[in-house]
Design a binder for this molecule. Structure first.
Ligand SMILES: CCCCCCCCCCCCCCCCCCCCC/C=C/C(=O)SCCNC(=O)CCNC(=O)[C@H](O)C(C)(C)COP(=O)(O)OP(=O)(O)OC[C@H]1O[C@@H](n2cnc3c(N)ncnc32)[C@H](O)[C@@H]1OP(=O)(O)O
Ligand SMILES: Cc1cc2nc3c(=O)[nH]c(=O)nc-3n(C[C@H](O)[C@H](O)[C@H](O)COP(=O)(O)OP(=O)(O)OC[C@H]3O[C@@H](n4cnc5c(N)ncnc54)[C@H](O)[C@@H]3O)c2cc1C
Length: 665
């Protein structure tokens, strides 16, 4: 706790129990406790220092990442941390590195696609870090189009081996995190060829480096693909390039849970959907949604606290200036982002539940919910990451000039976060997947097939296509049914419009191609409906703590009405609401902002972030921003000397030359 609390007055105006809001945010009292313990463990350990990160060279930064990962592992073993605790520790270390891909993709790929025997062999090695793995799918020539990958795995029955080969430059693996310098093994995705036939993409465990001296194995060419956007940020990760020259691996290193190649070279496909091959991506997409709320809440926490400290204008007569948080424009830019952080948090929890449920069904050979899992993970990943990336940049602007300093934490947060819009599926490509499923669902409505899960609302097509909103006052928009109906009608009408337009094209495929910009918007409308619905459902639950439910109710309304206001064109064009009702929604939004204002600082305190994790002089808990900014400036390497290096070579001669010229005049 800070000695001087410059934000004490703000905290005193909160109308709810912050400790209970921490529980609502974290999910349980246990979750608050564990997160708190792990955050403090990291913050108090000098090895995990990160305030100098943006000033390190790439090599120094990479070595620092290796050091932190090794130290984290040492602490995990020494303290016998559980998996939950270890993962939190990894998150609070807050530096992308090979461990993310090892635990986040290599291990899940083996778990999801390996046979029991393969899991038995490889997982214990991975769990103890006797091998380090990455996920090598993307190539120089193809990322989004997984079926277009070119690396080959040709079965040789003579030796009972696969020959892994990169036949072209564009088949070079390109991007996998941890591949460049750290990994000893990879799950490599390649075209399986046996008996002269190409059976498409399959996963293979391939050793890349010696376990003795880390040198690449014969036939393997490896390296880092080079510096990336921003200072610090994702440059701690060794995204890599990999080429194979006829590298041989035993047949049993093909991941054989979904399909097998026999000793004789026969290809056998188990009776399961081939999309299960994409299971690791589905798993990571759901974890990316949970991460979005973390990144967004960090940015919002910085911007809210700083906006409460920062004063500008408003005192002609020598009185106090206005806190920028009191400007209505600041509120209308910032509070929807605060509400979005909460919305993403709750939809992330729900998605995690859905993922677990689908996984259990898959274990029991029930594949009926696979499409729902794909649509929800793909769509929510796309919408939450796009919004979060834009929101971090908006928070930087909300912090004025100081937001542009590295010490604000926002430039690095943006740089590290923004590739989330691309990795694990480009957001446009993923939204088009959602749109495809929406079109399929619309086309099945005529045959009477009842849509299920998050598409169930489409079953009310007769009603939703013609309903008119009953809202007649600003307060009417506080009724969750009014919001739900407007969002459902908008999403359905946009989808049906697209389907009607597509049906007029020469072919379904051509229509889909021509209408893809509209389809993208229809997919976004559907996903926003899911987020709003899950927030409303959350608020309907029993939520303990003085004022907590009321605050969440207000944030839920802010989120929904902000989306309605921002996409008013959709709501009006589809005739779900009238221009007057749109204006009433905006009026209500203004009232809600006034309701949020006294609670704003406490609402970001409920995220329970340490100053170490926030990594921002502007977002400090104590609000003592100016001395911290001043002090931080002097730490810059440029300030190590009063006269800069280069003065004698470049500045002095220039000045002297000009002086000479002037003296001649
Ligand atoms: C310090 C130590 C700590 C210790 C801690 C211990 C504990 C740790 C625990 C956990 C740690 C977790 C950490 C997580 C961190 C993760 C960090 C991640 C960092 C990010 C790294 C990035 C990685 C990557 O980017 S990997 C590469 C990703 N690539 C992509 O996403 C490619 C995108 N493309 C595709 O997905 C496909 O090509 C697609 C879907 C676009 C098209 O595929 P297609 O085969 O051509 O299919 P299509 O014809 O369109 O559709 C056919 C059919 O299939 C359906 N479909 C498609 N996809 C799926 C799917 N995934 N699931 C189900 N169904 C699918 C589609 O709907 C069609 O259906 P029908 O119409 O019915 O036929
Ligand atoms: C930081 C980072 C880490 C990564 N880590 C890994 C990793 O660990 N392992 C791994 O295998 N990969 C990794 N990747 C690769 C990543 O998964 C791909 O870059 C991603 O899937 C996008 O594919 P792409 O690069 O082929 O983009 P492209 O598909 O080439 O996209 C280019 C443009 O084309 C558009 N486009 C493409 N297809 C369509 C379409 N059908 N319709 C309309 N528009 C379309 C896209 O919207 C985009 O605007 C990583 C990438 C990054 C940036």
């Amino acid at each position: 706790m800070a000695e001087v609390d410059h934000l004490a007055a703000e905290r005193a105006t909160a109308r709810f129990d912050v400790e209970e809001m921490k529980v609502a945010w974290a999910g349980s009292r246990h979750a608050v406790h564990v997160a708190d313990r792990m955050a403090r463990l990291v913050a108090s350990d000098p090895v995990f220092r990160k305030d100098n990160r943006t000033m390190l060279s790439r090599k120094e930064l990479f070595k620092d990442t290796l050091r932190k990962a090794a130290h984290a592992w040492k602490r995990i073993v020494e303290l016998r941390l559980t998996e939950e605790e270890a993962d939190l520790l990894r998150q609070y270390v807050d530096q992308p590195g090979y461990v993310d891909l090892h635990w986040g993709m290599f291990v899940p790929a083996i778990k999801g696609q390996g046979t029991e025997e393969q899991q038995h062999k490889w997982l214990p090695l991975a769990y103890k870090f006797q091998i380090i793995g990455c996920y090598a799918q993307t190539e120089l020539g193809h990322g989004s189009n997984v079926q277009g990958l070119e690396t080959t795995a040709t079965f040789d029955p003579k030796t009972d081996e696969f020959v892994i080969h990169s036949p072209t430059l564009t088949s070079s693996k390109w991007w996998p995190g941890g591949l460049g310098k750290a990994s000893t093994h990879a799950v490599v995705y390649a075209r399986l060829i046996t008996e002269g036939k190409d059976y498409g993409i399959h996963g293979f465990i391939v050793q890349l480096r010696s376990l003795e001296d880390h040198s690449p194995l014969p036939g393997v060419t490896l390296g880092d693909i080079g510096g990336k956007f921003g200072s610090g940020a994702y440059n701690s990760m060794d995204n890599g390039v990999l080429r194979f020259d006829h590298v041989r691996i035993p047949r049993d290193q093909m991941l054989m849970r979904l399909s097998q190649v026999t000793r004789e070279g026969k290809y056998v496909h188990s009776n399961v959907p081939k999309q299960l091959l994409y299971g690791t991506m589905v798993y990571v997409r759901q974890s990316i949604v949970a991460d979005a709320s973390k990144a967004l809440s960090r940015a919002v926490c910085i911007a809210v606290r700083y906006s409460a400290v920062r004063k500008q204008f408003g005192s002609q007569d020598g009185g106090p200036e206005t806190q920028v948080l009191n400007y209505k424009t600041q509120q209308s830019r910032l509070f929807p982002l605060l509400a979005s952080a909460y919305a993403f948090r709750f939809v992330g929890d729900w998605l995690n539940w859905l993922y677990t449920d689908v996984t259990q069904k898959l274990e029991a050979k029930d594949f009926s919910t696979l499409q729902e899992a794909h649509a929800c993970t793909a769509g929510l990943k796309a919408v939450t990451t796009s919004v979060t990336a834009d929101a971090i940049e908006e928070c930087r602007k909300l912090c004025g000039g100081h937001g542009y300093l590295n010490s604000s934490g926002l430039p690095e947060l943006f740089a590290v976060y923004v590739p989330a819009c691309t990795y694990e599926g480009d957001n446009v490509v993923l939204l088009l997947q959602v749109a495809r499923i929406l079109m399929k669902t619309v086309s099945q409505l005529a045959s009477g097939k009842q849509p299920v899960g998050t598409m169930a609302y489409m079953g009310k097509v007769q009603y939703l296509m013609q309903c008119k909103s009953a809202v007649s006052s600003a307060e009417d928009w506080l009724n969750p049914d009014a919001i739900q109906e407007a969002f459902e009608a908008r999403a359905l009408r946009m989808a049906v419009n697209c389907a009607q337009n597509i049906s007029q094209a020469a072919s379904q495929e051509e229509g889909f191609y021509e209408r893809s910009p509209d389809l993208l918007e229809a997919a976004v409308a559907h996903i926003q409906l899911i987020i709003v619905t899950k927030f409303i459902e959350k608020v309907h639950q029993e939520i303990p703590g003085h004022g907590v439910k009321e605050q969440l109710q207000a944030l839920c309304n802010v989120y929904a009405l902000y989306i309605l206001h921002k996409h008013l064109g959709d709501f009006l064009a589809t005739g779900c609401i009238t221009p007057r009702q749109g204006a009433l929604a905006n009026e209500q939004l203004g009232k809600l902002y006034a309701q949020v204002r006294p609670n704003a600082v406490a609402l970001v305190d409920a995220f329970n972030y340490t100053d170490h994790y926030l990594g921002s002089v502007l977002g400090r808990y104590d609000g003592d921003v100016y001395p911290a900014l001043y002090e931080e400036a002097w730490k810059d390497p440029l300030n190590e000397t009063v006269v800069p290096e280069g003065y004698h070579e470049y500045l002095r001669p220039l000045i002297k030359q000009q002086q000479l010229k002037l003296s001649r005049l």
